[in-house]
Ligand binder design. Structure first.
Ligand code: SAH
Length: 338
């Protein structure tokens, strides 16, 4: 049976039409769920009993569970237990511009990036749309505040679970749903080219971030197996096409790994690769984890890399670090909980 939190408004409208009801019922249901925070169908007082019976027969309203919360000064990390016992995590970050949540899209991940904790657990399964939506509902409920922005940068490769993440985006973006503005939603991919193309045709203005992490095939092959399938020769044109089609700026993520991809010559190669493109580079200080040998670049090396990009007129920022102290960084909580 379908969980109601994984149903887009248009699918719910179609459902009501199919059972011979008016389509405005869908907005009524959405209002109960997402505005009034009433989840028991029997309490939908403006909806007649025969429809409530239909809802009870055709949908569940079960929630995933918060297993553990770790609290830092500007970050809270949530470990969730799914209904089948699998575990995933999400991170709430307090920025000066508002609250953002980083959600997981899969249990485990098959991309195998060498430096990434999440990839040490092979993909067990995709998350259903409702399991991603509920991460946000539960966090909002826990803190009693509205989330302003969402990034799909937790465990998993969103474009390896394309249909469900698109449903998720539609549900949280809907004005009758969680009403999170499309420009405040970012999908991050390690570079699944066919899905980048598909994403460029989407009728929503969501942001795209590409985990590049290397400016040459040699470096990228050595840390990201996905590059052996979609090398820079196909990835870069796909990004260019995406920008041309959507007219939107793309974020290039670049994790700073000590002595691996953080030389000045790497910055020069990156600047050359990105020259003239409507992108901005987000340099990510690597979160070291005890299971993996990579080390974080020193502040000095990050600064030199940054300055080289600036000198070459590339838009660049250094990502602020969250959650290191509470092991909240990148897949660590999930992996420590086994
Ligand atoms: N699979 C998607 C999204 C999940 S990871 C992707 O690859 O984009 C989100 C970002 O965190 C990616 O850029 C990823 O490479 C990066 N990342 C993974 N482990 C990290 C770590 N230990 N420290 C810093 N960034 C990390």
């Amino acid at each position: 049976m379908n969980n109601i939190f994984g149903i887009t408004l248009s699918d719910l409208e179609e459902y009501f039409l199919n059972i011979g009801e008016k389509k405005y019922r869908a907005v009524q249901v959405y209002d109960w769920l997402y505005k009034k925070h009433v989840y028991n169908f029997n309490e939908f007082s403006n909806i007649k009993q025969s429809i409530i019976d239909n809802l009870n027969n055709d949908f569940t309203n079960e929630f995933i569970n918060i297993e553990k919360v770790l609290e830092g000064t500007d970050v809270k990390k949530f470990l969730f237990r799914l209904l089948d016992g699998e575990k995933i995590e999400a991170v709430l970050m307090y920025h000066d511009y508002g609250l953002s949540v980083c959600v997981s899209s899969q249990v485990g991940c098959n991309m195998g990036c060498r430096f990434c904790e999440s990839g040490r657990l092979k993909k067990v399964r995709n998350l259903e749309a409702y399991e991603i939506v509920e991460q946000i509902i539960l966090i909002q409920k826990y803190i009693g505040k509205k989330i302003n922005s969402v990034v799909l940068m937790g465990i998993g490769e969103p474009f390896d679970n394309y249909d469900n993440i698109i449903k998720f985006i539609r549900i949280i973006n809907d004005a009758h749903g969680l009403a999170i503005g499309s420009r405040h939603i970012t999908v991050s991919t390690c570079g699944l080219v066919p899905k980048i193309e598909e994403f460029s045709n989407l009728d929503l203005q969501v942001n795209l971030a590409i985990s590049l992490h290397g400016a040459t095939d040699e470096i990228r092959n050595s840390i990201m197996p996905v590059n052996k399938v979609y090398s820079l020769g196909v990835l870069m044109p796909a990004i260019r096409d995406y920008i041309a089609k959507t007219n939107r700026r793309v974020t290039i993520e670049y994790v700073m790994l000590n002595m691996v991809n953080d030389n000045v010559s790497d910055a020069e190669a990156l600047a050359k690769l990105l020259k003239g493109m409507n992108v901005y580079v987000n340099l990510i200080p690597y979160n070291e984890t005890k299971n993996i040998g990579f080390k974080k670049s020193s502040k000095d090396r990050i600064d030199k890399f940054y300055n080289t990009l600036v000198k070459n007129k590339i838009n660049v920022t250094i990502r602020r670090e969250f959650g290191g102290s509470i092991k909240a960084a990148c897949g660590q909580l999930r992996s420590e909980s086994d």
